[in-house]
Design a protein around this ligand. Structure first.
Ligand code: AMP
Ligand code: MG
Length: 483
């Protein structure tokens, strides 16, 4: 038996926000990857998870007694258009448990079969995208970014039709501190169900901000907390060149964790217009638009919370607007702090940081490589750094200012080594690893890459191929939703 003591508050307290639902039975469920370190950290036994019962749990094939599996309902703005009824179309929340520190976790399966919210979808996930989420969420965790985590990847034993033909079916088991989204609040708000909205508010506060239980103006305070977490999150993404790709309100968490790694990817060469998603024709969720997108999503949360903020709508709007505007200023502080750390500056220097971004424009600079070339440049050897620019003379004046702004060079270099990764999931390597795993039964490239991105700051001999960007003439990577 898998000995998880499930304790299902979502199922108990949030009637109307889910349908009870089981995972699908599979022809041949098998465990492909188990995140043993995460399992232990969260108080789960890797041996149990590897057993037949464990594989039944992680694949959704056969869930244990104590689970109360369900498909969550939510609403959401997708690319700006509102859908009052979305929900887990191919996922289930298996249940919650408490770790040794008393922290509550969700166990969630993606690809566990069609649910009543599936609309036209087949309810399935295939191996490539499951491995992509596993890899990129592990990279994010190692880079210090709040995120849902991959606990396991299972194959199902059958094949599923996708763009490139039949692909191996797979299920991702992931953990998160909850799966509450902006869209969860929008669900009740859109139906005018204020009493249920209040229950959801209390539930979210108990789960993420329990110091606010019973506090005056709780709805406004929760909005402030979510805004603080989300703007910090997006600032961290910006510091890593991460493009989420589908920042819809149903993919914006209350916890402040990154969720739903569908079309996401890391930008190689700096360009604020960078988009990978096949459907993002307007660049709504381009790298440079992410701060605006998160503010827009926070404004949607504010709207949903209005009836709980003040019974007088004009007053409620005024209070919520203050919070949203405050979070814009906070985003700028977070963004400056992120780049100040990346530059090893003793204090944020807005002019230097903004001019660095202007300097990159049109220069095709490898974003990750730029920061790794800074230590040598600080010590007087700027050849590698200049070689990253289309015009190697371009950074000269900025570099002089930068050298002057850094105080203690040794301290700066030590600090930078902790925040500027050597290894990120480079797109061309990710594509190759997923292709080999899906079509050649060859997990070696994936496992090699996983090992590097789980230790992004630790230089390892003979791994330069993992640190380099794609060749200039490599084809653009295109990513997909719902795969
Ligand atoms: P996403 O943008 O990936 O977060 O997905 C948006 C919505 O579409 C969610 O409600 C998903 O559950 C649903 N969805 C995505 N892919 C599928 C699929 N293959 N089958 C059923 N539902 C899906
Ligand atoms: Mg989603």
């Amino acid at each position: 038996m898998t000995d998880i003591a499930f304790d299902n508050t979502y199922a108990q307290e949030l009637q109307g926000l889910y349908v009870p639902w089981q995972g699908q039975e599979w022809p041949e469920p098998a465990l492909l990857l188990l995140n043993e370190g995460l399992a232990r950290d969260l108080g789960l036994s890797p041996d149990d998870l590897r057993s037949d019962d464990g594989v039944g749990l992680l694949s959704g094939h056969a869930l244990p007694e104590g689970a109360r599996p369900l498909a969550q309902a939510y609403a959401g703005h997708q690319f700006g258009g509102f859908s009052p009824q979305l929900g887990d179309g191919r996922a289930i929340l298996v249940g919650e448990w408490l770790d040794d520190k008393g922290q509550r976790w969700d166990l969630h399966l993606k690809g566990s079969g069609r649910t009543p919210f599936a609309r036209g979808g087949d309810g399935r996930a295939v191996l490539g995208p499951v491995l992509r989420e596993y890899l990129i969420s592990e990279a994010m965790a190692a880079l210090g970014v709040p995120t849902t985590r991959a606990l396991a990847a299972c194959t199902t034993g059958d094949r599923v039709l996708r763009q490139n033909g039949l692909e191996p079916g797979a299920v991702l088991a992931r953990t998160g501190s909850s799966h509450l989204r902006v869209g969860t609040f929008q669900f009740f708000a859109a139906r005018g169900e204020v009493d249920k909205l209040r229950l959801l508010l209390d539930y979210a506060i108990a789960r993420h901000d329990d110091d606010l239980l019973g506090a005056p103006e709780a709805a406004l305070r929760l909005l402030e907390r979510v805004a603080t977490r989300q703007v910090r999150l997006v600032a961290l993404w910006m510091g890593l060149g991460f493009v989420h790709g589908v920042m819809n309100t149903d993919n914006t968490t209350i916890s402040g964790e990154t969720i739903d790694y569908g079309p996401c990817a890391f930008m190689d060469r700096y360009d604020p217009a960078t988009v990978f998603s096949s459907i993002d024709h307007m660049g709504r969720y381009a790298y440079g638009n992410q701060p605006a997108a998160v503010h827009w999503n926070l404004a949607r949360l504010a709207e949903a919370l209005l009836p709980l903020i003040d019974s007088d709508e004009t007053r409620a709007i005024a209070r919520a607007t203050e919070v949203i505007e405050g979070s814009q200023a906070r985003y700028r502080e977070e963004w400056l702090a992120v780049f100040a750390r990346k530059l090893g500056l003793p204090a944020p220097d807005a002019g230097l940081i903004e001019d660095m971004h202007s300097l990159w424009q049109g220069q095709s600079v490898d974003f990750t490589g730029f920061f790794r070339a800074l230590p040598a440049a600080l010590q007087g050897d700027d050849a590698d750094l200049r070689a990253l620019f289309a015009d190697p003379v371009a950074p000269k004046a900025w570099l002089a200012r930068y050298r002057a702004a850094v105080g203690d060079v040794g301290a700066a270099i030590r600090q930078m080594a902790q925040v500027n990764p050597i290894y990120i999931p480079r797109n061309h390597l990710v594509e190759e690893a997923l292709h080999k795993a899906s079509f050649d039964h060859d997990m070696a490239p994936f496992l090699g890459l996983l090992e590097r991105v789980q230790n992004p700051f630790t230089p390892v001999a003979d791994t330069a191929q993992y640190a380099r960007p794609a060749p200039q003439d490599a084809p653009d990577v295109v990513t997909y939703c719902g795969t």
